[in-house]
Design a binder for this molecule. Structure first.
Ligand SMILES: Cc1ncc(COP(=O)(O)O)c(C=O)c1O
Length: 389
C-alpha cells in the first residue's frame, strides 16, 4: 500500500525530481513492522495505550530511550531525564512556551531550519542570527552577540541550534566548539535547545556526541525524534534535559489538560525498541541513504559547471550547494523547474537574505533519479548563467 497524496504533507509532481523536501522516502518506511507492533502495543498495554497518558509520557518508552541513550551515547540517562513529545516541532514549541515570553530574543544559526523559524514566529519571539562556518556555529560570535544584546537590555533566554548534521548545510559542530558552547551556556544561563533530529542518520562512522550527553548538568534541552529514523507520521520524539528543566516542561498546561501528546504512538514506538527492531531498521536506512548521498555527490561532480561547490555531508538528508558568482538560487529556480527539477533556495533558510546557495535533499529518490536530477540541475545552471531561457 503506497502513501496516498491525500495523506501526505508534500505532493511530488510527476516527472519532477523534487530536491526540496527533507522527508523520509515513503518506500523506506517500515509499514509492516509498525502494523505488527501496533497490534502488540494494544495486546501488551491494553487500555493504557489509548488512555490519557502521563504528561511526561509512558514509562515504557522513557525507559527504552534512557537505556538506548546510555548505551549509545555513553552517559547515564535516567528515565527522569526523558520526556516524550509529539516530535521535535512540538518539543520546540513547548520549550518556547515554557522558557520564553513574547518579545524575547532567541538566537539561531543562519542559515537554519526554516520551519523552526515559523514556530518561533508563532510564539512572538524575535530571532537573531549567529553565523556558522564549516565547523558549525561560531561560538565567539555567539558570545559577542549575547553580551551586546543583554547589555542593550534585551532578554535572551535561548539558543536554537542543530549541531549534528545541520539542516540545511550538513555540517556538524566541532568538538572543541561543543565544549565552549556548553561552558558559555552554563556561565551565561542560556538555554540551548539542541535539535538532534538527524543523529541516527550517520553515514561515515558515528555521529558526534550530543551537547546534552557532553554535559547533562548544563542548560541543554535536547530534542530527539523518531521522525527521520522510524516514521514521521507517528509524531513521537523526546526531550533529554536535567530534571529541573524537564519538570518545567512536564508541568505545561497543555500536558496537564491532555496528558502525553502522543500516548498511543509512544506505546507503538516503545514496542519497536523493546522488540529489538529499531537498530536493524536504522542500519538499513543508513545504508540506503548513504548510497543515495554518494550517488548524488558523484553525479553533481560529473555534471555541474565550474563555480559550483559543495561538501559531502557525513549524515542527515541534505547537500548544500554554492552557485557560481552572480547567480542566486531564486533566479535559478524557474530555469530548474522548466528542466523538471526543484530545490529549496538558500534564502528560505537564511536570516539575512543570502541566496547564493541551495539545499538538495537526497532522501526521497533512488540513485538513478538523483543522477537524473543532477543532470537537469546542471543544465538549468548553464542556461541561467548564459542569461537566456
Ligand atoms: C532540523 C529539523 N528539525 C525538526 C524537524 C521536524 O522534526 P519532527 O518531525 O520530529 O517534528 C525537521 C524535519 O525536517 C528538521 O529538519
Amino acid at each position: 500500500v503506497h502513501a496516498s497524496p491525500n495523506f501526505t504533507q508534500n505532493a511530488l509532481r510527476p516527472g519532477f525530481v523534487e530536491f526540496a523536501f527533507g522527508e523520509p522516502d515513503p518506500t523506506l518506511l517500515p509499514v509492516e513492522l509498525i502494523g505488527t507492533v501496533a497490534r502488540h502495543a494494544i495486546e501488551t498495554y491494553g487500555a493504557g495505550a489509548i488512555s490519557y497518558g502521563r504528561p511526561e509520557g509512558p514509562a515504557v518508552l522513557r525507559e527504552e530511550i534512557a537505556r538506548r541513550v546510555a548505551a549509545r551515547e555513553g552517559c547515564v540517562a535516567a528515565a527522569n531525564c526523558v520526556m516524550i513529545t509529539g516530535g521535535n516541532s512540538q518539543g520546540l514549541d513547548l520549550a518556547l512556551t515554557v522558557f520564553t515570553r513574547p518579545g524575547d530574543v532567541v538566537l539561531v544559526e543562519s542559515p537554519t531550519y526554516n520551519l523552526a523559524l515559523g514556530i518561533m514566529r508563532d510564539r512572538g519571539v524575535e530571532t537573531v542570527a549567529v553565523p556558522l562556518d564549516d565547523d558549525g556555529l561560531e561560538v565567539g560570535a555567539l558570545e559577542a552577540l549575547l553580551s551586546g544584546l543583554r547589555s542593550a537590555g534585551r532578554r535572551v533566554r535561548m539558543l536554537y541550534t542543530i549541531p549534528t548534521f545541520h539542516n540545511p548545510t550538513g555540517v556538524s559542530l566541532a568538538l572543541g566548539r561543543r565544549r565552549r558552547l556548553l561552558a558559555l551556556a552554563a556561565d551565561r544561563d542560556l538555554i540551548v535547545v539542541e535539535d538532534d533530529v538527524y543523529r541516527e542518520l550517520a553515514y561515515d562512522g558515528e555521529a558526534p556526541p550530543s551537547l546534552w550527553s557532553l554535559a547533562p548538568e548544563a542548560p541543554v534541552v535536547r530534542l530527539g525524534s523518531f521522525s527521520k529514523s522510524l516514521a514521521p507520521g507517528l509524531r513521537v520524539g523526546w526531550v533529554n534535559a536535567r530534571p529541573d528543566l524537564l519538570s518545567r516542561l512536564v508541568a505545561a498546561g497543555v500536558l496537564e489538560s491532555g496528558g502525553c501528546v502522543s500516548q498511543y504512538a509512544a506505546t507503538v514506538a516503545a514496542r519497536v525498541l523493546a522488540e529489538g527492531a529499531y537498530d536493524a531498521h536504522i542500519i538499513g536506512l543508513r545504508r540506503a541513504y548513504a548510497s543515495r548521498r554518494d550517488a548524488l555527490a558523484a553525479a553533481l561532480r560529473e555534471h555541474l559547471p565550474s563555480g559550483c561547490h559543495f561538501a559531502v555531508p557525513a549524515g542527515g538528508f541534505f547537500l548544500w550547494l554554492s552557485l557560481p558568482a552572480g547567480l542566486t538560487a531564486s533566479r535559478l529556480l524557474p530555469f530548474a523547474e522548466r528542466c523538471g527539477v526543484a530545490f529549496a533556495p538558500g534564502v528560505r533558510f537564511s536570516c539575512d537574505g543570502d541566496d547564493r546557495r541551495l539545499r538538495l535533499a537526497f532522501c526521497l529518490y533512488d540513485e538513478a533519479a538523483l543522477a537524473e536530477g543532477a543532470l537537469r540541475l546542471a543544465s538549468a545552471i548553464r542556461t541561467a548563467e548564459s542569461g537566456c531561457d
